[in-house]
Write a protein that binds this ligand. Structure first.
Ligand SMILES: [Ca+2]
Ligand SMILES: [Ca+2]
Length: 95
């Protein structure tokens, strides 16, 4: 199984892929970690530049959630990075 198509057409996984409106994998998607291995030649990285693991996901997106809060890393970087507290300024001793 190397694809996921709603309804199972073309030999794809016959399940709702559970995507975001933009077409990326969401927590709980049946596409996560279900690509057959060895898979067809795929990039070692996904559409976001994230490294695919030993059990790659179906499709162009690899679901990566380093802090396991159910929000993918690429989304957190795009939407939350600006609201994160800034690091304290570096103090350089002057003498
Ligand atoms: Ca990704
Ligand atoms: Ca996360």
């Amino acid at each position: 199984m190397n694809s996921i198509v709603y309804g199972g057409g073309w030999g794809g996984l016959p399940a709702d892929p559970v995507l975001t409106p933009a077409g990326f994998l969401r927590h709980g998607s049946p596409a996560i970690n279900t690509a057959s291995t060895p898979v067809l030649p795929v990039s070692a990285k996904d559409i976001h530049g994230e490294v695919r693991g030993a059990n790659p996901d179906l499709g162009a997106d690899e679901y990566v959630d380093s802090d396991t809060d159910h929000l993918p890393d690429f989304w957190e970087m795009a939407h939350l990075a600006a609201s994160l507290p800034m690091a304290p300024p570096t103090v350089i001793p002057t003498g």
